[in-house]
Design a protein around this ligand. Structure first.
Ligand SMILES: N[C@@H](CCC(=O)N[C@@H](CS)C(=O)NCC(=O)O)C(=O)O
Length: 254
């Protein structure tokens, strides 16, 4: 698919979900250990969980499980102690293991924000329909199917936020190639964060909120823009969705 069409349909996808997964909490703190999410990018329930993770400003380790996946299915069965389906969350901080968007989001909101799941993130019929629609407009009628790929020694790292139209194609690629990755959620925390990286809606110099992941990224890399990929296996760091997609294909697809 041409890149522009890819981004346009990704905008439609975010619009179908009314741009949930755009803002990030200013108060939730990342726990000591990284929670694990077995996830399929185009699965309606998985999307609701990832929206919640952005809004709670939580980072997770993603084990992608697209259709016909084989790389993480036995790990999922082992961790779940039997057959399980995505979304499946393992939180090593509390030893909690949960399956399904409603159970996972209720836990995440209760444990990390002492709040109930907001209605738009509950697995209601309406939300599951709009989440399904968000996949349909990606024009991939077969859905995300596993593609043969090399196994990286270490998980990759992707800076993203759920509704980011430029980040979605990268997450889909990581999913289809079954590449494990640390998902660093960079939800927007103030008006100055809004808009694309090159022409933010806010006038003047950009200052992220102090002591945030955004401030750290700016200090370390000189800009705040997603998607941003780090592949420690190859000592590669890349901004620009098109470059990242090409890199992943050239490096890992078989
Ligand atoms: N040309 C870049 C555009 C990236 C971009 O503008 N991303 C937006 C999010 S979709 C962004 O980083 N916005 C600034 C922010 O969130 O702080 C690409 O293709 O990756």
């Amino acid at each position: 698919m041409p890149h522009t069409l890819n981004i346009v349909s990704s905008v439609l996808s975010s619009t179908a979900r009314r741009w949930r997964g755009t803002t990030g909490s200013k108060s939730v703190q990342q726990p000591a250990q990284l929670p694990i999410l077995f996830d399929c990018e185009d699965d309606p329930e998985c999307r609701l969980v990832r929206e919640a993770l952005t809004e709670l400003n939580l980072d997770v380790l993603i084990y992608p499980c697209p259709q016909k996946a084989n790389r993480f299915t036995s790990l999922l069965t082992d961790m779940a102690g039997g057959q399980a389906t995505v979304p499946y969350l393992v939180d090593p901080n509390t030893h909690v293991k949960l399956m399904g968007a409603d159970a996972i989001n209720a836990y995440l909101f209760q444990h990390y924000r002492q709040a109930a799941t907001p209605k738009p993130l509950q697995a209601s019929v309406t939300n599951l329909v709009t989440s399904r629609l968000a996949s349909v407009v990606r024009l991939n009628l077969r859905g995300l199917v596993a593609k043969p790929s090399l196994v990286p020694e270490q998980p990759l790292v992707l800076y993203s936020f759920e509704s980011s139209p430029y980040s979605r194609p990268v997450r889909e690629k990581l999913c289809a190639l079954q590449l494990p990755y640390k998902l660093v959620n960079l939800g927007k925390q103030q008006w100055a964060d809004m808009g694309p990286a090159k022409f933010r809606f806010h006038r003047g110099e950009y200052h992220p909120l102090p002591n945030t992941k955004r401030a750290k990224l700016l200090a370390e890399k000189g800009r705040v823009q997603v998607p941003f990929l780090i592949d420690a296996n190859k000592s590669i760091e890349l901004f620009e969705s098109k470059d990242i997609l090409r890199y992943l294909d050239e490096t890992y697809a078989q």
